[in-house]
Design a protein around this ligand. Structure first.
Ligand SMILES: NC(=O)C1=CN([C@@H]2O[C@H](COP(=O)(O)OP(=O)(O)OC[C@H]3O[C@@H](n4cnc5c(N)ncnc54)[C@H](OP(=O)(O)O)[C@@H]3O)[C@@H](O)[C@H]2O)C=CC1
Ligand SMILES: O=C(O)C1=N[C@H](C(=O)O)C[C@H](O)C1
Length: 238
């Protein structure tokens, strides 16, 4: 496939290595210095654009690609208030869009266990639940997109929690997310259920960015030739 890499930071460079290893061609690289090149002319022969930039720039980049008729795989976090607009644009333009807060296969298995455990815990009110995420100090957003997805999985399955908060809370209906920034950690997420007598802890630890990058390339291969909006649940069940 001919790929446009939109964002050439830590993830853009990791994805480039996986693309080359899987025989794809990187036909266009857009970074902060050449955003004007993200237009229909430069995107003409591109099969899929892979977007990993910043919370402030992702939405604009996605719109430009979809308007140019190019399918987009996006991994950028903390812009999702605009997701309904992207979904609408996809319908209007017959476009294709794939989003995941985390492209690692292991995390997506973890998401499924998280939803199942939350449902099970409805019967056991003596357990309180919290989320903790740890990332490198260059990360721009908090909590992580992955922690938000974990929180949403708990909120939609565990009746006694109403909303998530980033930081500490003493309100029983609030789900606490602790966001820790430490050196070079690629991404660690822990869900803990705690009662007076014991605790249950589930942790996913990314050993590097390779798992995120591989998942994003698998998503690009999945999206080629499709129309509509997709997620890792579609990819994992394909
Ligand atoms: N879904 C997933 O699996 C994963 C998601 N992420 C998310 O992906 C995003 C990027 O992460 P990461 O690569 O680590 O971050 P980096 O900061 O390393 O890379 C982002 C890059 O985008 C560039 N950039 C800024 N503005 C634009 C623009 N308008 N167009 C194109 N490029 C631009 C930045 O340039 P400059 O630095 O010069 O401003 C930088 O090189 C984050 O939101 C992160 O949370 C990360 C890992 C996995
Ligand atoms: O910024 C990162 O590095 C990561 N961002 C994603 C997130 O916000 O969840 C995914 C992963 O944890 C790494």
């Amino acid at each position: 496939m001919k790929i446009a890499l939109v964002g050439y930071g830590k993830m853009g460079k990791e994805i480039e290595q996986i693309l080359i290893a899987r025989g794809h061609t990187i036909s266009l690289i857009i970074d902060v210095n050449n955003t004007a090149d993200l237009d229909a002319d430069h995107l003409r022969d591109i099969d899929v654009a892979i977007e990993f930039t910043t919370p402030q720039t992702a939405y604009g980049n996605i719109v430009k690609c979809i308007e140019a008729g190019v399918p987009v795989v996006c991994g950028t976090t903390a812009w999702l208030d605009k997701l309904p607009e992207v979904e609408q644009l996809c319908k209007t333009k017959q476009g294709a869009f794939f989003y995941a807060s985390n492209y690692s296969i292991g995390v997506n298995i973890f998401f499924e266990i998280n939803r199942y455990l939350a449902e099970l815990m409805n019967r056991f009110g003596e357990y309180d639940v919290t989320i903790e995420e740890t990332h490198h100090t260059q990360k721009k957003d908090a909590p992580s997109g992955t922690a938000v997805t974990l929180a949403e999985g708990i909120l939609s399955n565990l009746g006694r929690k109403r909303k998530w908060v980033c930081g500490t809370t003493t309100v029983p209906e609030e789900l606490e997310i602790a966001a820790i920034r430490r050196s070079i950690v690629p991404g660690t997420h822990t869900v803990t259920y705690e009662s007076d007598v014991d605790s249950i802890t589930m942790t996913h630890t990314a050993k590097s960015r390779r798992g995120f990058a591989l998942g994003a390339v698998l998503a690009a291969e999945f999206l080629r030739g499709k129309k509509g909006v997709y997620s890792m649940e579609d990819l994992m069940r394909a």
